[in-house]
Design a binder for this molecule. Structure first.
Ligand code: SF4
Ligand code: SF4
Length: 436
């Protein structure tokens, strides 16, 4: 009989299961805006993702079947898909509505799984965001950019650079930018919506009728997202979300001041809740695999994401600016991993560890880059970075990371949700350094 082992209660499968349940709740919420269509889209995306995951694992030797992770990916694709036909887009665009939408979801899921999630050794970009941008790139003028806007900037690119108050502009036959938003994302059953601040804020916060499925209700995303953060706090990079939301809010106020907005709150609400920026902030920007490991790195990532989102949405008129900003910021993660690492110390400091749980069988999976092992090390080492350097026999990095300070306490193994023998790799790295 196998020996019972002690670990923290959280496993990668549990993390995926909790995330899946949270996303399912949001699919349920989207039913209130769109009826059955988002449920069909979600089912298609999940089935395609699971199928491709299985297929790739069968034909390649270094890939494992990870059904729960594939199912979560499928739901992220579905929830980051735009549905409905906002009046800002050209009417002939059918990718945004059923049944054509089903085919686009299949493409995005397949490309995301094959090209960005399963094939590379390390995920450099968020697979759902990168796949969506890639599939829609040829249709950039009709799907990603609104067909017109309040101010037409350089080269005909629409721009938000200017006041976006309630009664400043009269373009598009609308009384104001607020009216523009209400007509674009509001209830299609209401032919001429009353443009009041209450109506606009209710729509942006409580229920949208066009746009990303995951953004149907910003309040639902916030509640479900915070619940997930609390349950999985040690393993989810919530600092990115906090830094992103803070940066967007502060910069939107600064822009409102710069452009003398009559209603600064409207600009803040616009940037926070347009499309599904809020869904991205809670469920995509925190993807552990494509974001930095250190706390400082995560904060810088969140600041950068917020600033880029605001600039793209303001000067490119790209309402899904957060998705492009996310892919760009993902590319900085390998560099941000090096920022804010704790200084290794010979002195031993006992970290606060989660409660222990006994396991008879242990399932080892790929590292999810949650960074938990870095915070559990009693000598402030970076166990996962040491493991990566050891796997490449990178002696110079191993000595910089001071792998020789490891005393084999095993805290890194204890907290690892992927149940990787990080301690074993660090101890082997220490032995290697001694031979040098
Ligand atoms: S086993 Fe080594 S690397 Fe892991 S937590 Fe303990 S001292 Fe740190
Ligand atoms: S090795 Fe470290 S970063 Fe990777 S999954 Fe385990 S605890 Fe997380």
């Amino acid at each position: 009989m196998s020996k019972v082992k002690e670990y923290s209660a959280m496993t990668k499968d549990k993390l995926m299961l909790y995330t899946f349940i949270a996303l399912l709740v949001l699919v349920g919420v989207s039913y209130l805006s769109w009826g059955i269509t988002p449920i069909i889209i979600s089912a298609i995306a999940v089935l395609v993702a699971i199928g491709i995951d299985f297929l790739i694992a069968k034909v390649t030797s270094d890939s494992e079947v990870n059904t729960m992770s594939a199912a979560v990916f499928g739901l992220i694709v579905a929830l980051s898909y735009s549905l409905g036909l906002p009046s800002m887009y050209a009417e002939e665009v059918s990718a945004l509505s059923a049944t054509d939408a089903y085919f686009f979801v299949i493409f995005i899921t397949a490309i995301g799984m094959g090209l960005f999630k399963k094939i590379p050794n390390r995920k450099y970009v968020n697979p759902a965001a990168a796949a969506k941008l890639l599939v829609f790139l040829p249709l950039i003028n009709t799907i990603l950019l609104p067909k017109d806007h309040l101010i037409t900037g350089m080269l005909g690119v629409p721009s938000l650079a200017g006041p976006i108050g309630y009664a400043v502009y009269g373009n598009n036959g609308l009384s104001s930018f607020a009216g523009y938003l209400l007509t674009s994302f509001g209830n299609p059953a209401v032919a001429t919506p009353l443009v009041t601040d209450t109506n606009v804020y209710n729509m942006m916060l409580l229920q949208k009728f066009h746009g990303w499925i995951g953004g149907a209700s910003s309040v639902a995303v916030i509640i479900v997202g915070i619940a997930l953060f609390v349950i999985c706090r040690r393993y989810i990079k919530w600092r990115i979300t906090a830094a992103y939301l803070g940066t967007v809010t502060l910069l939107a106020f600064a822009f409102a001041f710069m452009y003398a907005d009559p209603d600064p709150i409207l600009r803040v609400v616009f940037h926070l809740f347009i499309g599904s920026s809020i869904f991205l902030a809670f469920f995509m920007a925190t993807d552990p695999a494509s974001t930095p490991l250190t706390h400082i790195g995560q904060l810088i990532f969140g600041f950068g994401l917020g600033a880029l989102t605001l600039l793209i949405q303001t000067y490119m008129g790209f309402f899904g600016g957060s998705i492009l900003a996310l892919v760009l910021m993902n590319l900085t993660s390998p560099f941000l991993d090096k920022v804010g690492k704790m200084s290794p110390t010979a002195e031993k400091k006992e970290p606060k560890l989660p409660k222990a749980k006994q396991f008879e069988k242990v399932k080892v999976t790929q590292c999810i880059r949650c960074g938990a092992c870095m915070r559990a090390c009693c000598h402030k080492l970076s166990p996962i970075l040491i493991k990566e350097a050891f796997d490449k026999t990178d002696i110079e990095t191993l000595s910089k990371l001071q792998a020789d300070l490891c005393d084999g306490c095993g805290h890194c193994n204890f907290v690892c949700p992927a149940r990787i023998d990080v301690r074993g790799s660090v101890l082997r790295a220490k032995a290697l350094l001694r031979q040098e």
